[in-house]
Design a protein around this ligand. Structure first.
Ligand code: ADP
Ligand code: MG
Length: 334
């Protein structure tokens, strides 16, 4: 593997290295990296979904707590999660890469390995982007997906009476981040949570399977915390919801790990971000969570119900309790 020393390669040398590593896109791509723009030939009867996410050094990640390979994988994973939440299948991605002059070849190499490894696994080739000098690492990834015409899963479709379901488990990534920030990420018991934070593995394929089932009335991926993201569904759908706290799916070992760390697992599950699980709503008579679990090929739990009105109400053992803070939001002072 050629060394990726910025000073020697320069912008165009790096782009050439990128092009070689990304390989030919193929499939629906007429052209990938190499010309002024990538060219996609959409399949008839399909729509194109586009999503973009930025990761900035010291805003979204710190080199003290992440490794380059994980960062590369996560840069794409968060966009796969967005595509999945629309019910789309990934087709390809574009990467804008802002690098400080002192970015080491080792880091760039690790980052690309993580990103391109995830791209291959998801069949979502890197087809273009931009490479610029920046003050700090700045990554912006745009992912392109497709879905049959008229079948996108929107945030706005939830109706009173719908049941609320969620894939996987909640709060683990936030616990991982808390442990990393405290310098306790190296403990063996921290491993699963740290991995969830650094290497999220969103069940993006579940989104496409859900779309095919035709059973979802609304969907969103959980990037900013359950309360925040379910709030988006409620506002878009002009409805309210009741959640049952004892139904929140927590990762294995979360209770014990939180106790040791003096953290509240429920709060992390509600307001901690970056779980990248899929939340969706279904009509009252849709199949049980267990059946969805089989169909989507991942764990699914039912956590509450949509109702008339506005806002989110939380219940523990049938009694209403107050919501914790809402979740993550840029620019907002706490
Ligand atoms: P332009 O001057 O038109 O912006 P560039 O020289 O920046 O062209 O890019 C040349 C080709 O390399 C284009 O196809 C572009 O999409 C691709 N490219 C540049 N940077 C990246 C990157 N970070 N990741 C993937 N492709 C890239
Ligand atoms: Mg350019």
């Amino acid at each position: 593997m050629a060394k990726l020393e910025l000073g020697t390669l320069g912008e165009f040398g790096l782009i050439e290295a990128l092009r070689r590593r990304a390989r030919r896109a193929g499939g629906p791509w007429v052209e990938g990296i190499g010309d002024d723009a990538a060219v996609l030939r959409p399949r008839p009867g399909h729509e194109i979904a586009l999503t973009s996410d930025a990761l900035i050094e010291d805003v979204h990640f710190r080199w003290a707590t992440t490794d380059a390979r994980s960062l590369g994988a996560k840069t794409l994973a968060v966009s796969l999660s967005d595509l999945g939440a629309m019910g789309a299948r990934p087709l390809g991605c574009l990467l804008s890469l802002g690098l400080p002059a002192d970015a080491t070849g080792e880091r760039i190499d690790g980052f690309l390995r993580g990103l391109l490894g995830t791209a291959r696994a998801a069949r979502c080739p890197l087809v273009g982007g931009d490479t610029v000098r920046a003050r700090a690492w700045m990554l912006s990834l745009t992912a392109v997906g497709e879905l049959p015409r008229g079948q996108a899963l929107w945030r706005r479709g939830a109706r009173p009476g719908d049941r609320i379901l969620v894939t996987g488990a909640l709060g683990g990534a936030a616990l991982g981040l808390a442990l990393l920030e405290r310098g306790e990420g190296g403990a063996p018991s921290a491993g699963p949570f740290v991995r969830r934070q650094l290497r999220p593995a969103p069940p993006w394929q579940a989104g496409e399977r859900l779309r095919r089932s035709g059973l979802a009335t609304a969907a969103i991926d959980l990037s900013d915390g359950l309360v925040q993201d379910l709030g988006h569904v409620l506002r878009a759908s002009r409805v309210g919801a009741d959640l049952e706290l004892e139904r929140l799916p927590l990762p294995r070992g979360m209770g014990a790990a939180c106790q040791r760390a003096g953290l509240d697992p429920e709060r992390l599950a509600l307001a901690g971000g970056e779980d990248y699980e899929l939340l969706f709503c279904v009509r009252p008579r849709a199949p049980a969570a267990q059946l969805f679990s089989r169909r989507l090929r991942c764990p699914v739990s039912e956590i509450g119900r949509i109702r008339r009105g506005r806002g989110l109400a939380l219940f523990r053992a049938g009694t209403r309790v107050l919501a914790p803070t809402r979740g993550f939001e840029h620019f907002k002072s706490l």
